[in-house]
Ligand binder design. Sequence first.
Ligand code: SF4
Length: 320
Amino acid sequence: MRIDSFSAPTMATWQLTRDCNLACLHCCTDSAPGRALPHELSRERALSLAREIVAAGVPYAMIVGGEPTLVPHFAEVCRILSDGGVWLKVETNGMDFDPAALKGLQVRSVQISLDGATQGVFARQRPGGSLEKAVASCRAVVAAGLPLEITFAPTRLNIQEAPAVIGLALDLKAFRFNTGKLMRVGTAAKLWERLEPTDAQYADFRALLDRRKGELAGRLELCYEPFSIDEEIRGRGLEPSGTLLILPDGRVKVAAPLPYVCADLSRTSFLEAWDAYRKAWSDPRVLNAAERLAADPGLSAKANAWFSLDSLSHDLPAVV
Ligand code: SF4
């Protein structure tokens, strides 16, 4: 496998917390107010982990949540990573985001979710959310000289506003618009019947993206391929990514849509976790589970169950 030749991950995706100031219907991490995991990493361990990521030479880190800015040591983690030469992408819902927290840091982008172009639709999908606040955060990011990305999670509730959200992203001077099929993970999986767009809606949405991609070239990059988990897995074959996905309590996942955990950074070092990740991807049980997922993306509904590979003596597909 390609990752066997890497001495360290090419990217770390770090979920700082499960806590959030919104409770979105489509959330793939099961985040919501007060939902922090019982044993999220302490400030001390989070800062030492950031130093380990730097020492390992990881070039790029995505800081995500939940809402990562709710974590008291969010800015310190970003500072350590950036000072050590790691480029940052920060994902926020923009409800209470102050770009000053990232002042002077190496920021590749700040990503803000716009799941509607009207307050009614936005708040139906993001209960308690304010489109006005999200838009204000977008403007503040651009005014601070930081590159802005917009993400849009299509559901049956908001997909009709996709053309307007693309227009809004353009107005806000975002450089990229990220989207793709809704992931059947977390809260979204629980509300799947209510949220999943119809095939006809998806066909219209994809045609819109295909049409606008060319029109907007050079102004706004539309990123939507691979369009779904199964397309992604088929495209990569069973070649795992070079990304280490770190959960808020330090556990490390084999892959976002699979429920397996291969290491625990509350007890091991970053590079030990990287070794465990590489070993996991040579485990026939993991390869078998990934094949099953490519054939049936609905299996990702249990991706947040988090089974430790060490604790499973039986075949993983039976667990999926
Ligand atoms: S989708 Fe984002 S903003 Fe919404 S609950 Fe999940 S983590 Fe929070």
